[in-house]
Ligand binder design. Structure first.
Ligand code: C2E
Ligand code: MG
Ligand code: MG
Length: 424
């Protein structure tokens, strides 16, 4: 038995959408495009706000999108958080304009506060003729969506079949190839950004950050290579390289009797595809050096924590049993969930630079002070990241704000410059 109406939205089911598809292709004048829109990280919305709110959000999205359609155009929620829309579009530019219109309609919708956190990954297909079947068009739209370069969770991304896919794929494949060669040829290095304590305002720690220093081009901006590295998993090699560089630096300074501070490094979510990566990969690197575990901290980003909790909990437990610290990075940048602090045994909280902007500053300060108090009571250390002004330094000082890492004190600097700061 086929059901004609989607119980949640009251709109067409996929079956009905398919049924009406061919007929509408003929009725819409000129060409058509099929757009496939998937809500990014919808499971996080369900998890944070409950599935009832999740359902209302889907219903609302459906009605917002439907409100933007012309009389002969079609929409269906084909499954869970995935919407298909058939629109009239003469060419690629017109289809792109419709995609942006639909995405904007949701983003600028006022109703639920969550709407400005809703982003889509979108694939679209410009239908060449009225003989195209729904299945063919859906496959192309889906394929484009899956290939869409997903640069951030905080943005909608889209891809139109046949127009941009090849370009970005070739581009990231090239970047990856260059990355492998650069790692072999020693073109990567670490920079260190000091963290300052607020009593004497001296260096009490640092974060290691990867830099690609090409002999011809100079420093290559992170956003140019990070997405390709993350997507392919090559970032794991980079993280091991950073870990090793940090251990070498600390070991050398300890042997020379020079002062050291704890150094943190970022762990990409790509590691978590291997359940044993801590035992198999990280620990053996660490064991090659004579460095106390207390000097090492692993940073896990907030967006990573929002995914499956089990492997993260395992990493936290294993690494803390060895004496490493673990921080929750970028807290306050996206779907911060206070419950994470309750359930995950992190040692340090890194407040994201978004919390230290000039916008809505007074309201922001209330939130910062509150978060500091919560962390203090839980015995969690706090590092404020991206602090650029004296005003925020003084504010943090007055609120017992832990450590500060930001341009106000220092940008990330090459190892030699960092050591000079440390020896001062
Ligand atoms: P993150 O881990 O949150 O690192 C902090 C970023 O904020 C760094 O950018 C740093 O330069 C920047 N920053 C620090 N203070 C300020 C400030 O006062 N103002 C402003 N505007 N920015 C500030 P960077 O080095 O470009 O790194 C960006 C992100 O890339 C990092 O964010 C981290 O997520 C990732 N990343 C960097 N190096 C590595 C690495 O070795 N491995 C992995 N997995 N990810 C890395
Ligand atoms: Mg970090
Ligand atoms: Mg951060």
């Amino acid at each position: 038995m086929y059901i004609a109406t989607d119980h949640l939205t009251g709109g067409l089911t996929e079956y009905m959408f398919e049924y009406l598809f061919q007929e509408r292709l003929k009725r819409i004048e000129g060409s058509c495009g099929l757009i496939c829109m998937n809500v990014k990280r919808f499971s996080a919305i369900n998890m944070l706000y409950g599935s009832e709110t999740g359902d209302s959000v889907l219903k609302e999205i459906y009605h917002i999108l439907k409100g933007k359609l012309q009389p002969d155009e079609l929409i269906s929620r084909v499954y869970s958080d995935c919407f298909f829309v058939l629109v009239g579009a003469q060419d690629k530019d017109a289809l792109e304009a419709r995609i942006c219109e639909l995405d904007d309609a949701v983003y600028y919708h006022t109703g639920f506060d969550i709407f400005d956190h809703i982003f889509f990954s979108i694939g679209a297909y410009l239908i060449p003729d009225t003989g195209t079947s729904y299945r063919q068009a859906a496959d192309f739209a889906n394929y484009s969506r899956a290939a869409c370069p997903d640069l951030s969770d905080e943005n909608t991304c889209y891809e139109i079949y046949g127009y941009t896919i090849q370009d970005t794929r070739v581009c990231s494949a090239k970047m990856l190839k260059r990355g492998h060669a650069a790692l072999e040829n020693g073109h990567f290095e670490i920079y260190l950004q000091p963290k300052y304590e607020l009593v004497q305002e001296t260096i009490a720690g640092a974060e290691a950050l990867i830099r690609w220093n090409d002999p011809e081009e100079g420093l290559i901006p992170l956003p140019q290579f990070m997405p390709a590295f993350e997507e392919s998993g090559f970032i794991r090699q980079i993280d091991y390289f950073v870990f090793e560089a940090v251990l070498q630096l600390l070991e050398r300074r300890l042997e020379n009797g020079q002062p050291v501070v704890p150094i943190s490094l970022n762990l990409s979510k790509a590691h978590f595809t291997n359940q044993m990566f801590f035992e198999d990969r990280l620990l053996p690197i660490f064991q090659k050096y004579h460095v106390p575990a207390e000097l090492i901290e692993f940073e896990l980003s907030e967006s990573l924590i929002m995914s499956d909790e089990k492997p993260i909990r395992k990493l936290l437990e294993l690494s803390q049993a060895q004496g490493f610290s673990c921080s929750l990075d970028d807290f306050g940048s996206g779907y911060s969930c206070l419950n994470t602090l309750k359930t995950l045994p992190i040692t340090t909280l890194k407040l994201d630079q978004k919390m230290f902007t000039e916008e809505d500053k007074e309201r922001g300060k209330i939130i910062i002070a509150g978060t500091l108090a919560v962390a203090r009571q839980l015995g969690i250390q706090v590092v404020s990241e991206g602090v650029e002004t004296r005003e925020y330094v003084d504010f943090l000082k007055a609120h017992d704000g832990g450590l500060v890492q930001g341009y106000y004190f220092s940008r990330p600097v090459p190892v030699q410059a960092f050591e000079a700061l440390l020896d001062k």
